[in-house]
Structure formats: C-alpha cells, structure tokens
Write a protein that binds this ligand. Structure first.
Ligand SMILES: Nc1ncnc2c1ncn2[C@@H]1O[C@H](COP(=O)(O)OP(=O)(O)O)[C@@H](O)[C@H]1O
Ligand SMILES: [Mg+2]
Length: 210
C-alpha cells in the first residue's frame, strides 16, 4: 500500500497568485514522481460546490449571517475532507488545495464571528487532517492593485475595499505567526518563478517527501 500523501494549502487575498502557483506547483510535484490532485475551497465535491454557490451567491436580496456563513464554509469543508481530501491522502496522493480553513478563520473573523468559535468548529471538521504545509501569499494590497492596474485587468481599490484587504492580509499574517511550523509566508510580489522556487524550498525543508 502506498504511504500517506501530503496536504498543502494555499492562502492569501484575491489576486495574490494562488491559482498561478498551484499550476506550477502541481507540475513540479508530479515531476518529482508523486501523484497530485488539485482542488479548491469552498468546493471540491458535488455537494460542496452546491454549498459554495449558496454561500457566495445567495438569491437576490438575501444574505447569510456571519455565523451561518462560517457554518456553510465548514459544511462544504466536511464533505470535501470526507469524500476527496482524505481518500486521496490515504491513496498516497499529494493534495494541493486553493484556500482552506485559514480563509474561514481570516474572512469570517473579519465578519465578526468570534475566533474561538471558528477554531472550535474548525477542529471538529478537520478532525486531525491538518495541512502539512500552508503557503501564505502575502502582499501589500496597494501593490497588488497596482499590479492589476499595470496589467490593465482591474481598476484601483476604493478606500473601503483597501481597508478590508488590509484586514485580510493582517489576519493571514497573524495565523502564520501563531503556527510557524505549518505556515510559510511568501512575498507574492516576486515573479511567479521565484514564488514557485521559494515554495519548493519550503517543501524541501519542511515536508518530508518519502
Ligand atoms: N508573481 C506574479 N507576478 C505577476 N503577476 C502575477 C503573479 N502571480 C499571478 N499573477 C497574475 O495576477 C493575476 C491573479 O493571479 P491568480 O493566480 O489568479 O491569483 P489568485 O488565484 O490568488 O486570485 C493573474 O492575472 C496572474 O496572471
Ligand atoms: Mg484563484
């Protein structure tokens, strides 16, 4: 029987480069001879994708309370862990997940859900399936906005949006500070090649691959 796989999660604000990294990273890990699956949250299974749609795009003029939203994220996560992530790890595959529990900690705490409540729900849902490594793609939101503007893909933030993105950044950095063994902060303003290089270095030094 194959050994247990490795579980790697990517976190960071919108546009930080998670999807870009996941593509290069999965190729690099495959090239090292491992089986890899990539997935995302919320989502990743049929039911979790339905929950994603319900959570992120509720019917017009309806909205979820912050706690209800946090519970939905965890409902999706429970299905994802049970049906996709754990079976893959048990089959010896590496699992790379675009956003995971840290996004719920970050965004739902900003929404006003108490951090101890979020942690208690997270612990029950993860039931020990904690990522081996979490890559936090970090950048000043102003610089990310400038990057988008330079590419002509998006306008600059309004001040209110900027304040929100700064809260998201601070929340991820706080998680990295609280769990330095699991989390690595990567400067997202570097080139994609450099981001991938630092990621592989973190895998080499922190994730046992045999
Ligand atoms: N390191 C980088 N340097 C410059 N541009 C990047 C970098 N990483 C991603 N991008 C570009 O920035 C945009 C957002 O990247 P993406 O990977 O989709 O971010 P996310 O998945 O975190 O929202 C894309 O247009 C992508 O091509
Ligand atoms: Mg993405």
């Amino acid at each position: 029987m194959a050994g247990y796989g490795r579980f790697i999660t990517l976190e960071g604000g919108e546009g930080a480069g998670k999807s870009t990294l996941i593509a290069g990273l999965s190729e690099a890990i495959k090239a090292r001879g491992h089986e890899v699956i990539t997935t995302r949250e919320p989502g990743g299974t049929v039911l979790a994708e339905h929950v994603r749609a319900l959570a992120l795009t509720p019917p017009e003029s309806e909205h979820w309370s912050p706690l209800a939203h946090a519970l939905l994220m965890n409902t999706a996560r429970e299905d994802h862990l049970q049906k996709k992530i754990r079976p893959a790890l048990e089959a010896g595959q590496w699992v790379i997940c675009d956003r995971f529990a840290d996004s719920t900690r970050a965004y739902q705490s900003i929404d006003g859900v108490a951090p101890d409540v979020l942690l208690a729900i997270e612990r029950a849902v993860l039931a020990g399936t904690v990522p081996d490594l979490t890559l936090i793609l970090d950048a000043d939101p102003r610089a990310l906005a400038a990057r988008r503007t330079a590419r002509g893909t998006q306008d600059v933030f309004e001040n209110k949006q900027l304040a929100f993105h700064e809260q998201v950044r601070a929340a991820f950095l706080e998680i990295a500070e609280q769990e330095p063994d699991r989390c690595v902060v990567i400067d997202a303003l570097q080139s994609p090649a450099q981001v991938l290089k630092e990621t592989l270095k973190a895998i080499d030094t922190r994730v046992v691959s045999e």
